[in-house]
Design a protein around this ligand. Structure first.
Ligand code: NAG
Length: 428
């Protein structure tokens, strides 16, 4: 509040000062007649020249147009001086409606049948504890999300992840919610199915942060200058290995996992980056040191285990969150789900040679490389707010709304709708 009132007091003075500064810099007198075209267009342009002019001077003194190929903040500054957020936003493609993301408010307030819903998380592997809460949602809905049968002593729904729910439910029993975020997701015996696709009952993208809260305990300010790509994979699927094998030999890289390891084994990481073993519960989770390590590279190779629509997993989002640029092979509609100009889509190149040449070219150009980080420095752009709005982080309220719409425990028992699927069930 204090800051707000100070700001509103200051802002008129500041804007007047800025206008005077700009007008004196570009030699426009402030006494403009009504016939002078002082529209926003002519005004915006000189302002940019003035700002760039200042930075240009600063750059000549400090940066000298050079880049050591390592210092990421230096690359940011050079991008600020030559492009900047205003220009970046102006050149973004217009926002078109997309079908890859579900409306986070697709349950309307008038459809809610009860205003409090409780969800008991019964079986899970990586549903984060940070979701446990009594959530206050829109439309006056409240949502108790807990792993404790003491807190949810009479739940409206039981939540299952990985472990399949019971095949039968009768009216008065909790609804069965089933979450499966794997590529080969299969509907199980459930009333509500949660998965990564917009057409599933409730969508859950991987763009949230709750399931990797402490992973980015260290982000390196230096990028490796000569070794450009980080890769780590220990489940050596043939298709994935084939892609890696066709690209990696063309670009200097480090491969830390079991597949195509070139750093002298899986233990090499901590020897190379001792800082990655400190803090963030390093030794308690294999993934924490990996995140820290990938932040030392300009590019992270991210290849999904399956190339299918909307299946965009933590492999990509971890790389973004670690401050790197993913080179991505996976879902054909990936660009709907990530910030604009944040990733390099492998399939967009006619050959691996062309892709490799582009990567090397970017690595040497601080301005073009920094542009791939603009999205994180210029505020949320594109559809990324939407991708985040339907992530696992926001699942409780969205799921509780879906449960309420069905009437919770009072929903009639469904015909076993997955019966036609039972051969698939057995095949698993
Ligand atoms: C995301 O931002 C855009 C533009 O600001 C807005 O139109 C849209 O409603 C937002 N989407 C969500 C899901 O918040």
């Amino acid at each position: 509040m204090g800051l707000f009132s100070l700001r509103s007091l200051l802002s008129p003075c500041v804007s007047i000062a800025v206008i005077f500064l700009i007008s004196s810099l570009i030699g426009v007198t402030f006494m403009l007649g009504p016939e002078t075209e002082l529209n926003s267009q002519t005004f915006a342009k000189p302002a940019r020249i003035a700002v760039n002019g200042l930075l240009e001077k600063e750059r000549n003194n400090v940066w000298d147009g050079q880049w050591n190929g390592e210092d990421i903040v230096d690359a940011y500054r050079q991008w600020d001086a030559t492009v900047g957020c205003e220009e970046f936003r102006k050149n973004l493609p217009p926002l078109m409606p997309i079908e890859s993301l579900q409306d986070p408010n697709h349950v309307k307030c008038s459809e809610l049948k009860q205003l409090h819903v409780s969800v008991l998380v019964k079986e899970h592997t990586w549903i984060p504890d940070s979701l446990n809460n009594l959530h206050a949602c829109s439309c006056g809905l409240t949502c108790l999300w807990t792993k404790s049968p003491v807190q949810a002593d009479d739940p409206d729904a039981n939540f299952y992840e990985l472990f399949r729910p019971p095949r039968k439910r009768k009216e008065g029993d909790p609804l069965r919610v089933y979450l499966d975020l794997e590529a080969e997701k299969k509907r199980a015996s459930q009333d509500i199915f949660v998965s990564y696709h917009a057409k599933d009952d409730v969508q859950a993208t991987y763009a949230g942060t709750f399931f990797h809260m402490n992973r980015n305990h260290y982000i390196s300010p230096q990028k490796n200058r000569d070794v450009l790509i980080y890769w780590s994979s220990s489940r050596c699927l043939k298709d994935r290995n084939d892609i890696a094998q066709s690209l990696l030999p063309l670009v200097p890289h480090h491969s830390f996992g079991k597949c195509l390891n070139n750093v002298g084994g899986q233990d090499a990481l901590l020897a190379m980056y001792p800082i990655c073993g400190e803090g963030g519960g390093g030794q308690h989770s294999w993934s924490h040191p990996l995140h820290c390590a990938m932040s030392h590279y300009k590019f992270v190779l991210a290849i999904e285990n399956t190339l299918t629509e909307s299946y965009v997993t933590e492999k990509l989002f971890y790389a973004l969150d670690a401050g790197s640029v993913p080179i991505y092979f996976g879902a054909p509609n990936v660009l709907d789900l990530v910030p604009p100009k944040s990733i390099i889509v492998g399939s967009g190149f006619s050959s691996m040679d062309e892709l490799a040449a582009y990567i090397k070219h970017l690595a040497d150009d601080p301005v073009q490389y920094a542009e791939y980080h603009a999205w994180r420095r210029c505020g949320v752009v594109g559809h990324y707010n939407h991708t985040r709005a339907v992530s696992l982080d926001t699942l409780p309220c969205r799921l509780c709304a879906a449960i309420s719409r069905l009437g919770g425990k009072h929903a009639p028992a469904l015909e076993d709708k997955e019966d036609g699927d039972s051969s698939q069930d057995n095949a698993r």
